[in-house]
Design a binder for this molecule. Structure first.
Ligand SMILES: [Zn+2]
Length: 460
């Protein structure tokens, strides 16, 4: 080596050390990823207007890292910012099959493994080969892990952080893997075999999701569960389903593993009866099921017993379901339920070591329904790019009043979705936002979320 190349090598070594030390300094003890399924910018704005009469009302909208995220899967030919700005219908991809927007399975896989895959694939690549997910990485680091959702627990998003399956539709197999194979410490979601969509007891129980009554019985008797800590002895789940039990476990002593199954069939509240087009709060809610915030409190109370820290994924899954139905009032109810869960997480962080110990990421897996202002489509072409984000927002009618909005589809779209992050390591997400969208500004790809978390969670 001549003197110049030695000098270059020294500079590179110094740079490398600086970069890796920087990542090491920012390694969070706890990772909390919150996903409002189907939530685009218009959903956040609609809930803001209804809840507060103004934009920016949510605690996460003030997080220091705010970027957009591309969500396309291997069934989509990418995301083109200039086409999206030029053509109002571009993100809807209507009539362009097989060029489809992502589904929740491919999106969850991208967010949990950092790898794009095909729609329907859960934790596996396009050839159905298993991919390491961030929960598995955290388990290798000795951390506790959990997934919580407002829809059935083996649904695509929670499954994407727990198991590997070539077909999202094989829910009984996915449920069995989550319950009997995974190393999760917390599993919470709907799918109760004894209750209907309105939370009333079924005349005939439906055990299909559990692969029959035998597994259900072993679960409720505390006899089902994999060896989560590798000592060769099975670690059965503590099973809860009543609202009182969820509240008991929100503080105080907690079991090693908690499986919480609210007493309802499909969703906490979105699937209840009554007029689905009614404004928020006008149809009585189901008593006897927890809110997502209450489930979150119980999940945190179990997971924070691990001295190595934890990973928790929390999904507002029924934002997507309400949006498929173009149910404006119920979409806002579901967004509000998700927003209160974020508040619960933020309060927990601030009471438990602060933002130097924990990374919180709030995002979405894709947009569903595309709620916008009624004039967005007609004024799109004549509006400069700098004003188009505002044009897309629903129209504010003040706190407690339904904002004015129209839905453009009952399907998913390829639109960019928002991401907000705060805490240890969050700046790495901002650094990845190198692409620029004329309407939404800097954006990352959904695979960047897992890539950053893997970088912050290296194996020894
Ligand atoms: Zn959906």
């Amino acid at each position: 080596m001549n003197r110049n190349s030695i000098r270059i090598a020294v500079v590179f070594a110094a740079l490398f050390t600086a970069v890796s030390c920087e990542a090491a300094d920012q390694r969070p003890k706890n990772l909390i990823l919150m996903i409002a399924d189907g939530c685009g910018y218009g959903h956040v704005a609609a809930a803001d207007f209804y809840e507060a009469g103004r934009l920016g009302a949510q605690v996460y909208e003030k997080f220091p890292v705010r970027v957009a995220v591309s969500t396309y899967s291997l069934n989509t030919d990418g995301y083109d910012p200039s086409l999206a700005e030029a053509d109002f219908g571009y993100v809807e991809m209507a009539g362009l099959l097989p060029r489809k927007p992502t589904d929740s399975a491919a999106a969850a896989t991208a967010l949990s493994t950092g790898v794009k895959t095909r729609n329907g694939h859960i934790g596996v690549d396009s050839l159905k080969q298993p991919l390491e997910n961030i929960a598995e990485r955290c388990e290798k680091l000795g951390k506790a892990t959990g997934v919580v959702t407002t829809v059935p627990f083996p649904h695509a998003t929670p499954a994407g952080f727990a198991v590997h399956a070539g077909d999202r539709g094989s829910m009984p197999e996915i449920a069995a893997d989550m319950l009997c194979q995974s190393g999760l410490e917390v599993l919470m979601g709907c799918g109760h075999p004894l209750y209907d969509r309105g939370g009333l007891p079924l005349e005939t129980p439906d055990f299909r999701l559990f692969g029959g009554q035998a597994r259900w019985d072993s679960l409720t008797l505390g006899q089902c569960g994999a060896d989560r800590d590798g000592d060769g002895v099975p670690d059965p789940w503590t099973f809860i389903d009543s609202l009182a039990q969820f509240r008991v476990y929100a503080s105080g002593p907690a079991p090693d593993r908690l499986f919480g199954l609210p007493r309802v069939r499909e969703t906490l509240q979105q699937g209840r009866g009554g007029r689905v087009s009614a404004p928020p709060d006008s149809v009585p809610f189901i008593d006897g099921v927890p809110s997502l915030a209450e489930m979150t409190s119980a999940a945190l109370n179990v997971l924070d017993n691990d001295p190595d820290g934890f990973f928790l994924m929390i999904e507002g899954g029924a934002v997507d379901w309400a949006s498929h139905g173009n149910q404006s009032g119920r979409m806002i109810e579901e967004m509000r339920d998700f927003n209160r869960a974020v508040d619960t997480v933020v309060e927990w962080v601030e009471r438990n070591g602060g933002w130097e110990k924990t990374l919180v990421i709030v995002t979405s897996d894709h947009e569903t329904g595309r709620p916008t202002s009624p004039s967005a489509e007609s004024l799109w072409a004549a509006t400069p790019a700098s004003d188009k984000a505002t044009l897309l927002d629903p129209v504010n009618r003040g706190r407690g009043n339904m904002p004015d909005l129209v839905w453009h589809t009952v399907r998913h779209t390829n639109a960019l979705v928002p991401l907000y992050a705060k805490g240890s390591g969050s700046t790495l997400l901002a650094e990845r936002a190198k692409q620029k969208d004329p309407v939404r500004g800097r954006f990352i790809d959904n695979t960047d979320v897992a890539r950053v978390i893997f970088r912050l969670s290296p194996l020894p």
